[in-house]
Structure formats: C-alpha cells, structure tokens
Design a protein around this ligand. Structure first.
Ligand code: NAD
Ligand code: MG
Length: 394
C-alpha cells in the first residue's frame, strides 16, 4: 500500500507553491502530490501536472479551466480538471488528501483554507490574509475540524519552533512573556522620505532578501506585511498585540524570537529561504532536508536590530491600530490594502497613496464585530467598494 502523504497545493504556481513542490520533489518516498491549483495561469499549471502527475488540477478562472481541460485531454494526462471556488474547496477538503498547503494570495484563499481546516487536514498556512480577515471563524474551524495548523510565514514558523512542546493553535503558553516579530524593513528602509512618493512598482517589488509574489513584496515595502503578521500572530499564538513587538532586522537571519517569563529569549535563525518553514510544516515534528544552504554567520557579518519608524511606515501604524481595535478593523484593513496595492501595481496611484487609501476606508466604515463568516465576506466586499470609490477620486 502507498503510505506516502498526499499533498494539495493551493496556489501551486506562486512563489510559495513552487517552493513547496521543490521540497516535495526531494522526498518522493514520503509525499505525493494529490492536487494543484492556480488562479488563471493554466499553462504553468499544465507544466506542473506533467511533472507531478496530480489527480486533480483546479483553476479558479472558469475560462482558463476550460483551456487547461482541453490541453490535458490533448496530451492524454490523467488529471481531472475542476474550476472556480467550488473546485478549490473540493480539493482542500477531499478525503484523499492529508496535507493542504494554503498558498493562494489574498482573500481568495479564505474559503478553501477554512474548508481544509474544517475537514481536519494538516493545514500549512502561508495565506495570512485568510486568517487576518476571518480570525475567530478561522480558528473555530481549526478547532472544530481538529486540524493541525502549522504556520509557514517565516516569522510565525520561527515562533512555533521556539515555543515549548505541545503548541495548541490559538492558545497562549503561560511561560511566554512576549513575542518579537522581525522585519527586514524592505527596499525603502533607508531611502530619503521624500522619494517614497515617486517609487515605482519595479522598485517596490525588488525585496533585498526574499524572492516573493508581487502583492506580498509591496506589502513588505510598506510594512503592511508586518502589520498583517502582527494580527496573524495574535490569532495563532493567542496573544494580545500589546505583547508582540515588531523589530527591524535588515539581514533577515533571525526569523523571530520568543521571550519567556524567566527572561530567556529563544530565536530561530536560518538563511532567508522559504523552503525551511515549508519543510518544517510538512514533516513536523520530524525534520527533513529542505534544499536550503548552510547558514554562514561569519560571512553574514553583524546582525542589527532597530525599532520601526512609524512615520516612514504609516501602513504599519494603521495595522497596529487595527490589531488593537479587533475583528472588523482587520477585515477592512485587509480588503482596502488588497485594492490599494493592486492600484499601485497597475500604475494608477503612487506608493504613498496606499496608506492614505486604507486609512480613508477605515475612517468611513463604522466597526461592528463580525457575527459570522458571511458577515466577514460582506464587510470585505463593502470595504473593497469604498476603496475603489476613493481611488476614482485621485
Ligand atoms: P504569488 O503571487 O507568487 O502566488 C499566488 C498564487 O495564488 C498563484 O498560484 C496564483 O495563481 C494563485 N491565485 C491568485 N489569485 C487567485 C484567485 N483569485 N483564486 C485562486 N488562486 C489565486 O504569491 P506568494 O508570494 O506565493 O504568496 C502566497 C501567500 O503566501 C500570500 O498570502 C503571502 O502573503 C504568503 N507568504 C508568502 C511568502 C513568500 O515568500 N512568497 C512568505 C510568507 C507568506
Ligand atoms: Mg513573513
């Protein structure tokens, strides 16, 4: 009998998706690809199907799914092609899959990721936006489904590794005093403040240490990424934001730290390579080879730490406020950010308009605690509509 664990990769054609397939391919005796998905880039998904021979391939875009189905048939590949959110939910919760890598970018990943949690899968969470927007409902799904939730975001994975044994999703350990989230500061950490207005999308996505998708790269440049990660950490580790500190650490070698009540501080270090947390998530509590190189601390010279400058990074300040405000503010923050970042990437607004747009949407939407997942989705849509309206008035 085939005892390999069967992995579904949501967002397989992205940066995290490709890194996941790289790690899986190094351990063919241990893992087998069950299903792959993408948004619309069906040709890349077809290439992955040739190599990894999944049972299912899902394309969110229906027209692109039709194209993939025809191509799969023409090549005689034995893969069933599904389409849309229903298809994503089906492969995420399928009884024949054991592990689900949630690596769709943005709110589009919410329902498939929650479905995997409800179905009790081992959920490898890269798609932080899903947790940020639906926090309580997401964590409820994890508990109800008795799912194993493993953080893949490098900072959260570092904290997970530093915590005492027996991590329970959403529950704080009484031994922990504080969490310290590190951030590289992105490409604009030290450029003159006046230049920020004129930076281009190409400059914003050129991250100094990590190669990532375009949306998260812009989030790193504004430091909204760290703001989203702060909210993510509150949910994952059951901690209020007042006990989580953000630290700029330009080298991206110390991936985060945990301070214990006795004053001990544990950190996880490594080269900035997402295959490290991915391999950890796949194999935990065992360890497998990830393909990442050995860390050379001598060649890397010094490790520096500094407090973030909130005047330079207003998105971080806005997200910190949203973390304190709770439920609804996080939904609105995330939705407005997705719209503003896309507008920046499309050349419709300047870099500094990202923060002012998000602040404008948060100001114009009264906050009530979301009562259900449906309520969260309605708030998400409303915030997007308001953001689009604000952007029209540029
Ligand atoms: P990416 O843009 O490279 O890939 C995104 C994937 O999602 C692609 O496969 C794309 O086809 C799919 N997708 C896009 N829109 C979709 C839609 N509407 N429906 C279904 N699928 C859709 O992004 P990435 O850098 O791999 O990031 C993925 C997630 O992981 C994000 O939430 C990001 O914040 C998180 N993350 C990424 C990194 C990193 O190093 N790249 C690190 C930590 C966390
Ligand atoms: Mg991160």
């Amino acid at each position: 009998m085939d005892e390999r664990q069967r992995v579904t990769v949501l967002g397989a054609t992205g940066s995290i998706g490709e890194n996941t397939l790289d790690v899986i391919a190094r351990h063919a005796g241990r893992y087998r690809v069950f299903a792959l998905s993408c948004g619309s880039r069906w040709r890349e998904l077809l290439a992955q199907c040739r190599v990894h021979a999944p049972e299912y391939a899902v394309v969110a875009d229906h027209a692109a799914a039709t194209e993939l189905r025809a191509a799969v048939r023409a090549e005689g590949l034995r893969v069933e092609v599904l389409a849309g959110e229903a298809g994503l939910v089906e492969i995420a919760a399928h009884p024949d899959t054991d592990i689900v890598m949630a690596a769709i970018v943005g709110a589009a990943g919410l329902m498939p990721t929650i479905s995997a949690a409800r179905a009790g899968k081992r959920v490898l969470l890269a798609n932080k936006e899903a947790l940020v927007m639906a926090g309580r409902f997401f964590m409820d799904a994890v508990r109800e489904g008795n799912a194993a939730l493993l953080p893949i975001d490098s900072e959260h994975n570092a904290i997970f590794q530093c915590l005492p044994g027996g991590y329970r999703a959403g529950q704080a350990s009484p031994a922990v005093r504080r969490l310290l989230l590190t951030a590289s500061g992105g490409p604009f950490r030290s450029c003159p403040l006046a230049d920020l207005e004129h930076v281009t999308p190409a400059q914003a996505v050129a991250h100094p240490n990590w190669v990532m998708g375009r949306k998260i790269s812009v989030d790193s440049a504004t430091m909204m990424n760290k703001g989203l990660e702060l909210i993510e950490a509150c949910w994952l580790f059951g901690m209020p934001s007042s006990r989580i500190e953000v630290l700029i650490h330009p080298q991206s070698v110390v991936h985060s730290l945990v301070e214990f009540v006795d004053g001990s501080v544990l950190a996880q270090l490594g080269n900035p390579d997402m295959r490290v947390p991915i391999a950890c998530g796949l194999s935990w509590p065992e360890r497998i080879e990830s393909g990442a190189g050995t860390l050379d601390l001598v060649a890397g010279a010094s490790l520096a730490f500094e407090a973030p400058d909130l005047a330079r990074f207003p998105c971080l300040a806005i997200a910190m406020d949203a973390a304190r405000a709770g439920g609804c503010a996080a939904v609105v923050l995330n939705a407005a950010n997705e719209i503003a970042v896309q507008a920046f990437l499309d050349g419709r607004i300047g870099f500094t308009r990202i923060a002012s747009t998000i602040a404008g949407v948060l100001d114009s939407l009264g906050c009530t605690e979301p009562e259900s997942l449906e309520h969260v989705k309605a708030m998400d849509l409303e915030a997007r509509a308001i953001a689009q309206r604000l952007l029209k008035n540029v």
